[in-house]
Design a protein around this ligand. Structure first.
Ligand code: GDP
Ligand code: MG
Length: 425
């Protein structure tokens, strides 16, 4: 009956999917508690290579039940496509191993359109949205203009709800953006087409989790983005529109009465950031290009080249606190194997000259410069190593240095993207 959350400490893409796939075999249930198909969690195992957007990374483990919690938002068409894609690769996805909360909110085509129209309107001031409709759908949820997955089970009620919401939404689509209003019959046809498939997966997942917990089952909560994208504590306004924090996990999963026993903070051995917003330690030029290539740093959901930089201690300390991590999994240590010396950002020098170890409020990050220290590189491949003591001394020193700086035990060191390329400490 243990519970654990796997959460991102930085800007996302830390390797959460990889870690969930690894340890899901120890859990009965894996639950996503926030976000939509804007995420990309890469999993590489004996079944192939997958980029999961919505479906929890426990889907590859037989006997594991995967849950999309009430805190998630679901693009029906996209989820149907994701299920088909997995099935085509031989992965079983059925109403037995995938459950969707009746309270999860539907992402409609007009949310995606609104997301695109707004990013286009903003031009150079855009947020760097994945244009999957996430900001519009969460805004609508809080305006109480969302449609819940459970409403798919009541066709007449559903149609009345959609009709009212669409009338309201078209005022924005046409009035604000000057675009063609959406037609009710098109939206209803879309909803029935995909909703008829997905309604078989819908249930009260809070009760399901609570029952399971009561009966001694263990639950793994899978965050969808990093702490620095959290709507409350992230680099607002360059955040996502939901909370990927561990503290939110029980709420987004419908079990606020269940406590987390463990929180594994996933930290990458260097920094990456997809999308807009300040990124103090960002590198440019050949140094950045090399790191991006060595780490294959292109977005799993969007293919966008990721911005890269050295490990960032102020940002990671902040993210660890926001997550309340009880231990750390350090990923992609192998990516640094080419470096002669490894830069680490230890502090920020703000534009007024102040040097700080703190992670400042977003506007104060502009114009800040990273204070860089260097550690020795090891310049030899390490992906085959499975015991910490067998790592080259410089690699061990790097891990121990980060552990000291973060003041949090690094329990896992990932040295490759494949499931077994892991060192337990
Ligand atoms: P997530 O969104 O946090 O699940 O992370 P992503 O899947 O977007 O990005 C992490 C990338 O790093 C993926 O391509 C993984 O396959 C890869 N990866 C994860 N851990 C390691 C590692 O230890 N070494 C290497 N080389 N790649 C890794
Ligand atoms: Mg990702």
């Amino acid at each position: 009956m243990s519970t654990c959350a796997i959460v991102g400490v930085n800007w996302g893409d830390e390797g959460k999917g990889r870690m969930v796939d690894l340890i899901a075999s120890n859990y009965d249930i894996v639950v996503r508690y926030q976000g939509g198909n804007n995420a990309g969690h890469t999993v590489i195992n004996e079944m192939g290579k997958f980029a999961l957007n919505l479906i929890p990374s426990g889907i590859f483990r037989s006997g594991v039940v995967n849950v999309l919690g009430n805190g998630t938002v679901i693009d029906l068409e996209h989820l149907c496509g994701e299920i088909e894609h997995l099935r085509a690769a031989g992965v079983s996805v059925t109403p037995d191993n995938l459950k969707i909360s009746d309270r999860a909110i539907i992402v409609f085509p007009f949310h995606k359109a609104q997301d695109e129209y707004e990013e286009a309107r903003l031009k150079d001031a855009k947020y760097g949205s994945t244009k999957r409709g996430i900001a519009p759908v969460y805004s609508d949820k809080y305006q109480k203009k969302g449609v819940m997955m459970g409403e798919l089970l009541l066709p007449e009620y559903l149609e009345t709800r959609i009709k009212g919401i669409l009338e309201w939404k078209n005022l924005t689509i046409a009035g604000v953006y000057g675009k063609e209003p959406f037609k009710l019959e098109d939206i209803l046809a879309w909803t029935h087409r995909y909703g008829d498939i997905l309604k078989h997966f819908v249930c009260d997942t809070g009760e399901l989790l609570r029952d399971a917990h009561r009966n001694g089952k263990s639950i793994l909560f899978e965050a969808q983005l990093g702490a620095l994208r959290d709507i409350d504590l992230g680099i607002y306004p360059f955040t996502s529109s939901s909370s990927p924090l561990a503290a939110f996990a029980p709420i987004g999963a419908g079990v606020p009465d269940i406590r987390l026993d463990r929180v594994i903070g996933i930290v990458k051995a260097y920094s990456t950031c997809v999308g807009e917003g300040p990124f103090v330690a960002e590198q440019f030029g050949p140094e950045a290009d090399r790191l991006r290539e060595e780490g294959h740093e292109y977005g799993a959901a969007t293919g966008r080249p990721r911005r890269v930089g050295p490990f960032d201690i102020p940002a990671s300390m902040y993210g660890l606190k926001a997550q309340g991590a009880t231990c750390v999994a350090l990923t992609k240590l192998d990516t640094l194997s080419y470096m002669e010396r490894i830069p680490v950002c230890t502090k920020y020098k703000l534009s007024d000259g102040t040097v700080t170890e703190m992670f400042p409020l977003t506007p104060f990050q502009y114009g800040a410069e990273p204070v860089i220290e260097y550690l020795d590189g090891w310049q030899t491949p390490i992906s085959h190593i499975r015991r910490f003591e067998e790592l080259p001394k410089a690699a061990r020193d790097y891990v121990l240095y980060l552990e000291g700086a973060l003041n949090c035990r690094i329990e896992y060191v990932s040295v490759g993207a494949n499931r077994d390329e892991i060192i337990y400490r």
